[in-house]
Design a protein around this ligand. Structure first.
Ligand SMILES: Cc1cc2nc3c(=O)[nH]c(=O)nc-3n(C[C@H](O)[C@H](O)[C@H](O)COP(=O)(O)OP(=O)(O)OC[C@H]3O[C@@H](n4cnc5c(N)ncnc54)[C@H](O)[C@@H]3O)c2cc1C
Length: 413
């Protein structure tokens, strides 16, 4: 039976995330927003030490967006519930800092979805020892995001190596993944441009490989603590064994379709991150409004409620609806049941809800909301990304429509 209660077994973990959010992230949120790209080492070290978070699907991402999958990468109920609850708590603290959480994150998600057992061991074991490190996933290029079939980065076999050439943009943690010699980037490249989607394969490019370099750190509206990098690959030679899913032949690699299953796991975590920002906004409003004589009453008759009360109650209802959708997507995943529809639905809903709630937050506090004295304006800036990465709102709507109406991606695009 589906249950929306937080399992007792994860309460200590979630409580720790709450403390980290309150004691470390929130006091430093403005600093890392101002000092874009500065690494929040205190947070990074605490999270690494606690191993609080090292699972696929933290939040940034690429797209792959137009795709649908048949089943999520299953995760035990406790682990998947812990993940979304922690992500929600940490994003309540500061969503940009949360995206700096060390671990294999999206690169790891791609490996979990497409790698062989040997590759999972070779690339992921390192995230349980040593110094903090990161992995990233690079799919988006300047001319393609929602349509990865158009990827132009090339992978050509040369003896015992693959040689990669191309450019990637908007790679979350792209810089951090390359500063530690144990980090890496999963790069999506085509082995056969005439094959379209079927030619797209994932390759692991380790930090320190000659030919890969960061060419730019993106300056952004929100989640400014998070590094979003442009990368170039110039004659970047990697061992054959770094083609995920196969030691040699590209046709053995699960490739593109396999990777799409990761989005069923990662979209609910993006939704959870969005909802952490939304809850932060409502919490602050409920703290500040009473001082202005505008406290929210839950018992007064409806006809006596103010417009502000109506707004807050509406925001709380929307937040709850999005959270329940998110939990349903996670619960299905934990049962190894397909959740493509629910994962897209919760991400759409959460992206809309956080955008609306944070804008209302600024509006309800008037000029103070617009000023930098409060974090409301920052949350409004941080919110929008949740409607963009991991498949935009429009792309996720397409996925929902196809699932409900029974169309294929060729029939409805
Ligand atoms: C902060 C940040 C972090 C990111 N991190 C990563 C990362 O780690 N790795 C990575 O690979 N990428 C990453 N991305 C890229 C992101 O996933 C893409 O920007 C996103 O998928 C959209 O692709 P695009 O920018 O090419 O937009 P386009 O695909 O060009 O879309 C532009 C607009 O058209 C709409 N649209 C496109 N196709 C359709 C359609 N068929 N029907 C209706 N509307 C449509 C889109 O919804 C969007 O509104 C990141 C982006 C940002 C901003």
């Amino acid at each position: 039976m589906i249950s929306f209660e937080m399992p007792e077994s994860i309460q200590a973990q979630v409580e720790m995330a709450r403390r980290v959010a309150l004691d470390i992230m929130r006091p430093q949120a403005r600093r890392y927003d101002n000092n874009e790209h500065e690494i929040p080492w205190e947070y990074v070290d605490v999270m690494w030490e606690a191993s609080l978070y090292d699972r696929p699907g933290s939040g940034s991402s690429e797209e792959g967006a137009g795709e649908e999958t048949s089943g999520p990468a299953a995760m035990a109920l406790g682990a998947s519930m812990a993940l979304v609850h922690m992500v929600e708590q940490l994003s309540w603290g500061a969503a940009g800092i949360f995206l700096c959480t060390p671990g294999s994150v999206l690169g790891g998600a791609a490996i979990e979805a497409t790698g062989t057992p040997e590759q999972k061991e070779r690339f992921l074991a390192r995230f349980h020892e040593g110094k903090p490190k990161w992995a990233a996933m690079a799919m988006t290029e300047s001319h393609c995001g929602s349509d990865p079939a158009a990827i132009r980065t090339r992978a050509v076999r040369d003896g015992d190596h693959w040689v990669l050439d191309g450019e990637k943009i908007f790679v979350t943690n792209g810089h951090k993944s390359l500063i530690d010699s144990n980090g890496f980037v999963v790069v999506w490249a085509t082995v056969d441009p005439s094959a379209g989607r079927a030619g797209i394969k994932p390759f692991v490019v380790e930090a320190g490989t000659p030919g890969i370099k960061v060419t730019k750190l993106e300056r952004k509206m929100g989640i400014r603590a998070s590094d979003t990098a442009s990368l170039t690959l110039e004659h970047c030679r990697i061992p054959l064994q770094n083609l995920l899913g196969s030691s040699e032949a590209p046709e053995d690699s699960a490739g593109f379709k396999g990777a799409m299953t990761t989005f069923d796991a990662t979209r609910p975590t993006v939704a959870a991150s969005a909802l952490g920002i939304a809850r932060a906004t409502i919490d602050l409003l409920k703290e500040l409004l009473p001082a202005e004589g505008r406290a929210v009453s839950y018992v007064s008759p409806r006809n006596l409620r103010s417009a502000i009360e109506r707004d807050i109650l509406g925001m709380e209802a929307e937040l709850r609806a999005a959270w329940l959708l998110t939990l349903k997507a996670v619960w299905l995943m934990s049962q190894r049941r397909p959740n493509t529809l629910e994962a897209s639905m919760c991400k759409i809903k959460a992206g809309e809800v956080v955008t609306h709630i944070t804008q209302k937050g600024v509006e309800l506090m008037g000029p103070l909301g617009y000023s930098r004295r409060l974090l409301l304006e920052k949350w409004m800036r941080d919110a929008k990304i949740n409607d963009l990465f991991e498949g935009t709102g429009q792309i996720n709507r397409l996925i929902v429509a196809r699932r409900i109406l029974g169309y294929s991606s060729k029939e409805l695009k």
